[in-house]
Write a protein that binds this ligand. Structure first.
Ligand code: ADP
Length: 354
């Protein structure tokens, strides 16, 4: 079944908007469900985006119409799925959560569209990966709320229009540029999610620590926030790892010293970079003299796939000012050379465009 999460109204209220992922072990699933914000007040940061959405939600409620279709884009872990669930809660409606790779066959998308009720929200993750046929089925559904179907054999082929309830599509993507323009144009609201500030992540961490019943000092939370790559998913993961360290090695309380020791053991540096980030920087510095180097070559040298580099590693390295995307490939910035004391820096420093 293409539906990952189907929030049936008959379920008890506290189960609303839970999504299931067969790869997660039960403990992680309940952790994920518990820490996922349900309302705007619990959803830290993204203030400009939240203000716009609140207005759209209020207007939709007043007009008693579903919200416009919404597209969220930005790196993984910034809260796109969470925000879709928050919107569903605020609209007091159901949400069905799925992702484009699960909608391979036309019947997958038709099935899910036909199962919607008026006002429901359909969330499609990785929407840029939707195939052409599914996209074309989606166009009239988004625009005029009907499905174009054909019946009969070749000579008696008939095209029929099946109306579907008015719904809201929320699409999420890490690559807005990879979306076809007809699909992008059908979203009334398009928003980019930003990396979180250290202050915002400190709040996320304090909230998570409270939910998992762990004492944490403000400095402890700040220490973790500083190494969380501006991403709540990473912040939450680190809180759990640091909590484990605190239980085993200290009195279970996360303070600055404990947090820093645990994060050092996890080999996450003061910039929030892990071993793969550092390898990526080292490879560009040592093998390619600081770049530019093509993304495919870089992926092969690193032993990672291009998509992971583009979606997971690169956005943060670019945002931090360590990496530059140029038409000829990726190259290190002078700032990266300075921060990481890159020995070969002098060899290629002059090739940077200041
Ligand atoms: P995405 O869909 O962008 O990959 P998710 O919505 O799955 O990201 O969020 C990843 C994790 O981060 C979730 O566990 C969620 O609880 C947490 N999270 C995301 N955004 C926020 C936020 N603004 N405030 C608090 N926690 C958040």
């Amino acid at each position: 079944m293409a539906i990952i999460s189907d929030n049936d109204k008959s379920k008890p209220k506290k189960e609303k908007n839970e999504d299931t992922n067969s790869e997660q072990i039960p403990y992680d699933m309940s952790f994920e469900t518990n820490i996922r914000p349900k309302k705007f007040e619990e959803y830290t940061g993204q203030s400009a985006l939240k203000s716009t959405l609140k207005i759209s939600i209020e207007a939709a409620k007043k007009r008693e119409l579903p919200l416009d279709h919404i597209l969220f884009y930005g790196p993984p872990g910034l809260g796109k799925t969470t925000l879709a669930s928050v919107i569903a809660n605020e609209m007091e409606t159901n949400i069905k959560i799925t992702s484009a790779p699960a909608l391979e066959r036309p019947r997958d998308i038709i099935g899910i569209l036909m199962s919607l009720k008026a006002g429901d929200i359909l969330f499609i993750d990785e929407i840029h990966r939707l195939n052409k046929i599914s996209e074309e089925i989606l166009y009239p559904a988004m625009e005029d709320f009907y499905l174009d179907m054909t019946t009969g054999k070749t000579q008696t082929l008939k095209s029929i229009r099946i109306p579907i309830p008015k719904f809201t599509l929320i699409g999420a993507t890490t690559k807005a540029g990879a979306l076809s323009s007809p699909l992008r144009d059908r979203f009334g609201i398009i928003h980019r999610l930003e990396f979180y500030t250290e202050e915002e992540l400190t709040k996320v961490i304090q909230r998570t620590a409270k939910i998992i019943d762990t004492k944490i000092t403000e400095e402890g939370a700040k220490a973790i926030a500083g190494r969380s790559r501006g991403t709540p998913r990473i912040a939450n993961r680190l809180v759990k790892r640091v909590r484990d360290y605190a239980i085993v090695k200290t009195n279970g309380i996360i303070d600055e010293v404990t947090a820093n020791k645990a994060l050092d053991i996890l080999q996450i540096d003061k910039f929030g970079l892990d071993n793969t980030d550092r390898s990526l920087i080292e490879i560009i510095a040592e093998k390619y003299n600081g770049g530019p180097v093509g993304i495919e070559t870089l992926a092969t040298a690193l032993g990672e796939d291009v998509k992971t580099i583009e979606d997971v590693y690169e956005p943060y390295l670019v945002q931090k000012g360590f990496l530059q995307r140029t038409p000829r490939g990726r190259k290190l910035t002078p700032f990266a050379c300075k921060c990481f004391n890159i020995k070969t820096a002098e060899n290629f420093q002059q090739s940077f465009d200041f």
